[in-house]
Write a protein that binds this ligand. Structure first.
Ligand code: SAH
Length: 353
């Protein structure tokens, strides 16, 4: 798998503090760091290989380094988590609860399909957005994840499945655009250090004012997914509290601008809630908003969570919604989430063990 080197994802020129975890650092940053330790430059490349390809968890285990130097840097963390809990669904999806260095727990999902292995990563511990249909928001918000804590999730799933991760979706716990700096750093590292193509990386956002425009300036080739979920402002506000201060027209204007700047189409996520947003007239209203720019709609039949009594629409209702969009020439697909019984499906993530 070839990584596309992209200048817009260049690492910051500031080397990390020696005590910062090394995971997430580029080969350039690691080379600078080893040189600061009085080591020759080629040790940086070796360190990179051990961290990203050999999965080393402690510098003391890097056998190509001298014993003396290993002892000197023994306390420098690489930044790997430990698996606290693991739950396997019958479709092969595995949900992990990972324990971070401060004891917080974060969720990650490994989703195997044919030749692919997709990882759904979290970007925050909990989530402050409190969307009405989402379990993560019900559990409150703790903190942003650091870049190493995001990259670690992918390496952990890769090691556990003993298979290369081909795709990463930023659709786990948290709102990525409230943690843009670490998310951008993690995207760079997943692309250039782990070797996952940018187009196989998807960032999903509920939409934060000005942040989609700011993201566009980076000219990334990653896929942007926007959680729209409603065809008008009134309904969207009902489902997504943050929509009250960010009108759907403003969000869609930023999306159009994003497509114009990046040349990449946007994926709109639309969760289908029976009797709430799944009527044919909702589909028609949605299609009017989406005309005239490159996009694709992913319909996500609601996955039940215990706190609210929304229902998943029947297959017929889902089909009827789909048909209206197709008649309006909107590119659309239905995405049934996997991992339901492991509580690992979209919206069901909540650290509960
Ligand atoms: N905060 C980001 C990323 C996390 S959510 C965002 O909102 O996009 C990832 C996807 O799961 C979103 O589209 C979200 O709306 C959807 N989702 C949340 N709860 C769900 C549920 N109960 N059933 C199905 N999809 C859900």
């Amino acid at each position: 798998m070839s990584a596309t080197p992209v200048t817009q994802l260049t690492p910051s020129s500031q080397p990390q503090q020696p005590s910062s975890p090394l995971l997430g650092a580029s080969v350039t940053e690691l080379t600078t760091w080893v040189q600061q330790q009085g080591q020759p430059a080629y040790r940086g490349k070796q360190l990179h290989d051990w961290i990203y390809h050999k999965g080393v968890r402690s510098l003391t285990d890097i056998s190509v380094f001298s014993k003396q130097w290993r002892a000197a840097v023994a306390d420098v963390p690489i930044g790997r988590s430990t698996i606290h809990y693991r739950s396997v669904a019958s479709d092969g999806t595995i949900k992990y609860l990972l324990q971070l260095s401060d004891g917080e727990i974060v969720e990650t999902v490994g989703i195997p399909t044919d030749k692919r292995l997709t990882v759904c990563v979290s970007t925050q511990v909990g989530c402050p957005m409190a969307c009405d249909f989402c379990a993560t928001g019900k559990g409150g918000y703790k903190r942003n994840l650091e870049r190493h804590e995001i990259v670690d999730q992918v390496l952990t799933v890769q090691e556990d499945f003993q298979q290369r991760v081909s795709h990463v979706v930023f659709m786990g716990m948290g709102e990525p655009l409230l943690n843009t700096e670490n998310v951008l750093a993690a995207l760079r590292s997943l692309n250039q250090d782990v070797g996952i193509g940018q187009r196989s990386l998807t960032l999903s956002t509920v939409g934060i004012r000005d942040r989609i425009s700011q993201l566009a300036e980076h000219h990334l080739q990653v896929t942007l997914a926007v959680s729209l979920h409603a065809p008008n402002q009134a309904l969207r506000e009902q489902l997504i509290p943050s929509a009250r201060s960010y009108h759907i027209e403003d969000l869609l204007a930023e999306c159009r601008e994003y497509v114009a700047i990046t040349g990449r189409r946007i994926s709109f996520e639309y969760i289908l809630l029976a009797g709430v947003n799944d009527l044919p007239e909702h589909a028609l209203e949605l299609s009017k908003h989406l005309r005239g720019f490159q996009n694709h709609v992913n319909l996500i039949p609601y996955n039940p969570i215990s706190e609210v009594d929304y229902k998943r629409p029947s297959g017929d209702r889902i089909q009827a919604f789909l048909t209206v969009l197709q008649q309006q020439h909107i590119a659309v697909s239905v995405r049934y989430s996997r991992g339901l019984e492991a509580d690992a499906a979209c919206g069901q993530l909540r650290a509960k063990k």
